[in-house]
Design a protein around this ligand. Structure first.
Ligand SMILES: *Cc1c(COP(=O)(O)O)cnc(C)c1O
Length: 382
């Protein structure tokens, strides 16, 4: 065992079971580790949307670091204002709050929904409906929002006011939307919960039900967002008009940033003093995000969909894969034994992820057909 593994094990909190790999560098979607080269189909858990080492992103980030790395939210800065404008122009949302992670984007979304309801209806309308098998983050509030029992241990008391319903069950949702509910929150494709895309009819019906009762629709696009599923945000493929959208992971292209996008109803819900973040909207992170977001245009996204279809077709031909789930470049594979499958991939030079007993693929969304071919060859042998 090399030194760094030992140092890590001695000094880093044991919250992750790391792969036995030390990543030294990543370029064009290929990771160098332990003297070997790996195809990176994990993208740092969906973060390196253009693959780490993307030249345009590096230039944007380095330039910003040398001009103005940080100034706090007490002052105006160009990158965060421009990023917010671009996010709103591309989505039709009205305002943006920047934090540093997916969990923080969701914290803001939940606070925003509760305050909207408080301002309009007074106390008592505080409940948020979320889905079983969802994942919304690791803070106490977002763990409370997460509809998986395994996350509701050790750290209690958790935050009150969440109710979980099974996905794709419209009757269960209807029954749960009682007078104390202010919002319905979900991922269009449940990532950590096993890469399951929700049904289109279900979400269309859910939108109608929520609209009738002024219940806000919050879409968690932390993993699905920023081109990952083939559209800028996955809700666009479901023809939804959410009131609040949270996103993070791929947004910064490798830097920590989370964004909560607020629609017409909640555009002025949060006011001075009601929320904040020291690092949120940091100029370097926003410059990185601008470099990512400005390239996610219709032409590029059309190409993403074509290459994703290409990968889906190739995967569907593999005998060792029982089922494929997900959307675009967010893919879950059901295999006989995912643990040994993943370590076989690793041995043959392909980094992949897991999700609830499945193998999960989150390649950089600019991955070439040639790299897809190489990865599929490894997947077929794994
Ligand atoms: C990863 C993830 C989060 C949490 O994001 P962090 O940046 O780790 O806080 C929240 N929601 C979804 C859907 C995620 O995939």
């Amino acid at each position: 065992m090399s030194d760094i593994r030992q140092t890590d094990r001695e000094y880093i909190a044991n919250t992750y079971n790391r792969f036995d790999i030390e990543i030294e560098s990543i370029e064009n979607g290929y990771a160098s580790a332990d003297g070997k080269e790996f195809i990176d189909f994990g993208s740092g858990i969906g973060v390196n949307i253009f693959g780490a080492g993307d030249k345009e992103w590096i230039d944007a980030v380095c330039r910003q670091a040398s001009i103005l790395p940080h100034s706090s939210n007490l002052y105006y800065t160009r990158p965060c204002a421009e990023l917010a404008k671009l996010l709103c122009e591309k989505t039709g949302m009205k305002k943006v709050f920047f934090g540093n992670s997916g969990a923080e984007a969701n914290e803001c979304a939940i606070k925003c929904a509760r305050k909207y309801s408080y301002d309009k209806y007074g106390e008592g309308r505080k409940t948020i409906i979320t889905l079983e098998n969802s994942f919304h983050g690791r803070t106490l509030l977002t763990l409370s929002a997460t509809g998986q029992e395994v996350f509701h241990r050790y750290f209690g008391p958790f935050v009150e006011g969440f109710r979980y319903v099974p996905a794709n069950d419209i009757d269960a949702l209807k029954a749960a939307l009682t007078d104390d509910v202010c919002a319905f929150m979900f991922e269009c494709v449940q990532g950590e919960g096993g890469v399951n895309a929700l049904e289109k009819d279900y979400l269309a019906e859910a939108q109608k039900l929520c609209g009738e009762k002024d219940i806000l629709m919050i879409v968690d696009e932390v993993q699905t967002g920023n081109g990952r599923t083939g559209t800028l945000y996955s809700y666009m493929q479901y023809d939804l008009s959410p009131d609040i959208v949270s996103t993070a992971k791929g947004l910064g292209g490798g830097l920590p940033i989370g964004a909560c996008l607020m629609g017409e109803k909640v555009r002025d819900t949060l006011n001075a003093g009601s929320h904040g973040s020291t690092f949120g909207g940091n100029p370097i992170c926003c410059a990185g995000a601008l470099s990512v977001l400005s390239r996610l245009d219709e032409e590029f996204l059309g190409d993403v969909r074509e290459r994703a279809d290409y990968l889906w077709t190739k995967l569907s031909e593999l005998k060792n894969i029982k089922s494929i789930s997900g959307l675009g470049f967010m893919i879950g594979l059901e295999v006989e034994d995912s643990k040994s499958f993943i370590s076989n991939c690793e041995r043959m030079g392909l980094l992949v992820l897991s999700a609830k007993g499945k193998v999960r693929l989150l390649p950089p969304i600019n991955v070439s057909r040639e790299t897809i071919d190489k990865a599929v060859r490894i997947l077929s042998e794994a």
